[in-house]
Design a protein around this ligand. Structure first.
Ligand code: 5GP
Ligand code: MG
Length: 179
């Protein structure tokens, strides 16, 4: 099994490039069918989703737009704890069909918060497309319309996802080797 190092950790391939491409193409086709008359606006959540968003959108053949947003975390007051803000949304989304494009849903808290923020802006509908979901870690109820792969709770890198800033450029998805 091919092993690589990213920073101080060892990783092994868990989803090879060809499998990713095949599944991303399938999901794009599903979206083409589901949203063909909707003129959707894709909102790709940076940084992690940049590679998934690029490949997904190349499979989208219906009229659509894409924009890039970011969830910025900062420490709030002790009563509010961690606050997450949505940055970079310049489009008016009222009445529009939105597809949020995310790299990975772990606890689901980030997505839950993002969806609540978007709902306040009066969209027609908000769909979620996530490359990866860790069902074993989900702490909130989420309606995930499009998921490419469900994975175990292990830490992964590659295909946009990082370990300490590194590994985003890898073409395959890798799982950390324990130890
Ligand atoms: P959540 O709010 O769903 O717990 O957090 C989602 C975020 O956690 C993702 O956008 C990502 O930044 C990070 N994350 C969760 N699991 C992993 C993982 O296995 N690898 C990497 N690189 N990031 C992860
Ligand atoms: Mg992310």
């Amino acid at each position: 099994m091919k092993k690589i190092h990213v920073r101080d950790r060892e990783f092994t391939v868990s989803i090879p490039e060809a499998a990713i491409m095949q599944r991303v193409t399938q999901v794009a086709e599903q979206i083409n069918n589901d949203l063909k008359d909707e003129n959707p606006l894709f909102l790709a959540v940076l940084n992690g989703s940049f590679m998934f968003a690029a490949d997904l959108l190349r499979g989208i053949s219906i009229p659509c737009e894409i924009s890039f947003v970011r969830m910025a975390s900062y420490e709030g007051t002790s009563s509010t704890g961690k606050v997450k803000d949505l940055l970079g949304l310049n489009e008016d989304i009222s009445g529009r069909s939105i597809v949020v494009v995310e790299d990975i849903i772990d606890s689901g808290l980030t997505m839950k918060h993002l969806l609540q923020t978007l709902q306040q802006k009066g969209p027609k509908q908000v769909k979620v497309a996530s490359l990866l979901v860790k069902p074993g870690n989900l702490k909130v109820d989420l309606d995930i319309s499009y998921c490419c792969f469900e994975i175990p709770n292990d830490f992964i890198v590659g295909y946009g996802l990082d370990y300490d800033g590194y590994g985003r450029n890898l073409r395959d998805i890798y799982t950390v080797v324990a130890g």
